[in-house]
Design a protein around this ligand. Structure first.
Ligand SMILES: [Zn+2]
Ligand SMILES: [Zn+2]
Length: 464
C-alpha cells in the first residue's frame, strides 16, 4: 500500500508524492481572540496525527502554523475590555499553547505571526499590483479576481459569498464583487502600519500566502485547515500565491477537516455554542479526548457530545487494562498454540492500511482495539516476553496517534495492582459460582469509587 490523500482541489484520493525532503506542511492556525474550543482541538489533533504518521512512514516533515495575531475581531474584543489588542492576542496565544501542549499536539517547527510579517506582506501586495492582479483604491488595495483564471477551482464557488462580508468591507471602488482586500487603510487605529497605500493593516487572506512563501517556499506539499476556510480564505490564498509566483500548484494536497457541530450548528466563538478544550480536559485525560476526536475521520463532521466523550473513557480504560495483562511463565508457544507475535504483525498491517488510506484514524483505532482484545484473550497462554512485546506494539501504534495511556492519577498507581488482584479474585469466585462473595467484592470496590464493568472481553474497572 502507498499513502493516499484526499485533495480538496480535485476531490480525489491521490497517491502521496512529496515535492522533496522535507515534506512541507502548513496549517492555518488560531486567531488568538478567545480560548480554543473543541472545534479547534479537532482540527489540530488531526493535523498533528497527519504529521506524526508521515514521520512514522519515514518522511521528514517541516510543519508551520501561523497565528493571525491581529484582526478586526481581536481589536474589537480588546477594545471592549479596554485592553491593548496585541497584548490580548499574546495572552490567547499562550492559552493556545497551554491547552494544546496538554493535548499532546506537537509544537510546530515555526509559528509565523502576522505582526512579524508586515514587510513581506507589503512586498507581496506590491508584486500583485505590479503584475496587474491588484489595484489600489481610496480604502486600500484589492485583488482583482477577474485576472486569475482559475479563481473558484478549489471551492467550486465563484459568487461572492454573503458570509465573507464580515471580513470584507463593501467598497464602491471594487471592480468585481468577488474582489477582496489585500490592504485595509486605517488612519485611526493604534494597531496599523505604514505602507505605500497609507497606514493600515493587511487583509486576512494575503497574510497566509506571504507567511507560507517566507517559511516554506512558493509551493508546498500539504495545506491544512478547517473546511470553513475553503472559501473564501483558501480560495483567495491560492489566487494570491499562484498569481504572484507563477508556480502551480501552490499546494499539492489540500486537507480540510470537518466541522464540529453542536445540535447541528457549527461550534464557533461567534455563535457562543462552544465548549473549551480546557473544560473537557478538566474532566478527562488528554488521551481520552484524542481518542474521541480521532474516532471520526478528519474530513467528516463531528457531532459534539460530552456523553460520547465519557463513553470514550470506557474504551480508554479497556486499552489501559490491556497494558496490565500478564503473560504466563509456564507456557511455550509449541504447547499453547497462541501466537501474539503474529497478532501484533497483523495489527500493525491493519493500522498502516487504515492510515495509508487518507489517514483513516477511526479504522486504525478499530484495529488497535481488536488487537487489545487478542492480547487479553491470549495473554495467559503466552510467555511474559511475548505479552510485553505485544503491549509494546500496541502502545507504540497508539503513540503514532499521540495517545498515551496513563492511570487516572498518581494516587491510584499504588492501588492499581491490588484492585487488579481483587478483580481477578472476583472473576475466580464467579467461575466457582460464588455469586454472593463476588458481588460483595464489587459492592465494596464501588464504595471506594472503583466501578467494575463486565464486558465480553473480561472485567474492566475505572474510578467512578
Ligand atoms: Zn491558509
Ligand atoms: Zn490562513
Amino acid at each position: 500500500m502507498t499513502l493516499a490523500i484526499t485533495n480538496t482541489l480535485t476531490g480525489k484520493k491521490e497517491p502521496f508524492k512529496p515535492l522533496g525532503d522535507p515534506v512541507t506542511m502548513y496549517v492555518c492556525g488560531m486567531t488568538p481572540k478567545d480560548r480554543p474550543h473543541v472545534g479547534h482541538a479537532f482540527m489540530f489533533v488531526h493535523m498533528d496525527v497527519i504529521r506524526r504518521y508521515l514521520e512514522y512512514r519515514g518522511y521528514n516533515v517541516r510543519y508551520v502554523q501561523n497565528f493571525t495575531d491581529i484582526d478586526d475581531k481581536i481589536i474589537d474584543r480588546a477594545r471592549a475590555a479596554d485592553r491593548d489588542p496585541l497584548e490580548w492576542a499574546r495572552e490567547y496565544t499562550e492559552a493556545y499553547f497551554e491547552v494544546m501542549d496538554r493535548l499532546q499536539i506537537r509544537r510546530a517547527d515555526e509559528y509565523p505571526r502576522v505582526t512579524d510579517s508586515i514587510p513581506g506582506i507589503i512586498d507581496h501586495v506590491q508584486e500583485l499590483i505590479d503584475t496587474g492582479h491588484a489595484y489600489p483604491t481610496s480604502t486600500g488595495v484589492y485583488f482583482d479576481a477577474g485576472t486569475f483564471e482559475d479563481y473558484g477551482t478549489l471551492s467550486g464557488r465563484t459568487e461572492e459569498d454573503g458570509s465573507a462580508g464580515a471580513r470584507i468591507e463593501v467598497d464602491d471602488e471594487k471592480r468585481d464583487p468577488r474582489d477582496w482586500a489585500l490592504w485595509k487603510r486605517d488612519d485611526e487605529s493604534s494597531v496599523a502600519w505604514e505602507s505605500p497605500w497609507g497606514r493600515g493593516r493587511p487583509g486576512w487572506h494575503i497574510e497566509c500566502s506571504t507567511m507560507i512563501r517566507h517559511t516554506l517556499g512558493e509551493q508546498i506539499d500539504i495545506h491544512g485547515g478547517g473546511a470553513d476556510l475553503i472559501f473564501p480564505h483558501h480560495e483567495n490564498e491560492l489566487a494570491q500565491s499562484e498569481a504572484a509566483t507563477g508556480c502551480q500548484p501552490f499546494v499539492s494536497y489540500w486537507t480540510h477537516t470537518g466541522l464540529v457541530l453542536t445540535d447541528g450548528e457549527k461550534m464557533a466563538h461567534s455563535v457562543g455554542n462552544f465548549t473549551t478544550t480546557a473544560d473537557v480536559l478538566a474532566d478527562v485525560p488528554p488521551g481520552v479526548l484524542r481518542l474521541y476526536l480521532l474516532g471520526v475521520h478528519y474530513r467528516s463532521p463531528l457531532q459534539f457530545s460530552l456523553e460520547a466523550i465519557e463513553q470514550t473513557q470506557t474504551g480508554y480504560n479497556r486499552l489501559l487494562a490491556v497494558t496490565r495483562a500478564q503473560g504466563n511463565a509456564d507456557v511455550s508457544r509449541e504447547t499453547s498454540g497462541a501466537d501474539l507475535d503474529s497478532e501484533a504483525a497483523a495489527a500493525r498491517q491493519a493500522f498502516e492500511a487504515a492510515m495509508d488510506d487518507d489517514f483513516n484514524a477511526p479504522r486504525a483505532i478499530g484495529a488497535l482495539f481488536e488487537f487489545g482484545r487478542a492480547i487479553n484473550r491470549l495473554a495467559s497462554r503466552c510467555s511474559a516476553d511475548e505479552v510485553e512485546r505485544a503491549q509494546g506494539v500496541l502502545t507504540s501504534l497508539l503513540g503514532v496517534l499521540g495517545i498515551e495511556l496513563h492511570e487516572p492519577d498518581a494516587a491510584s498507581d499504588d492501588a492499581t495492582p491490588f484492585i487488579d488482584l481483587l478483580v481477578h479474585l472476583r472473576q475466580q469466585l464467579r467461575e466457582a459460582r460464588q455469586w454472593e462473595l463476588a458481588d460483595g467484592i464489587r459492592n465494596d470496590l464501588g464504595a471506594l469509587d472503583v466501578v467494575l464493568e463486565d464486558t465480553p472481553d473480561g472485567t474492566v474497572w475505572r474510578r467512578g
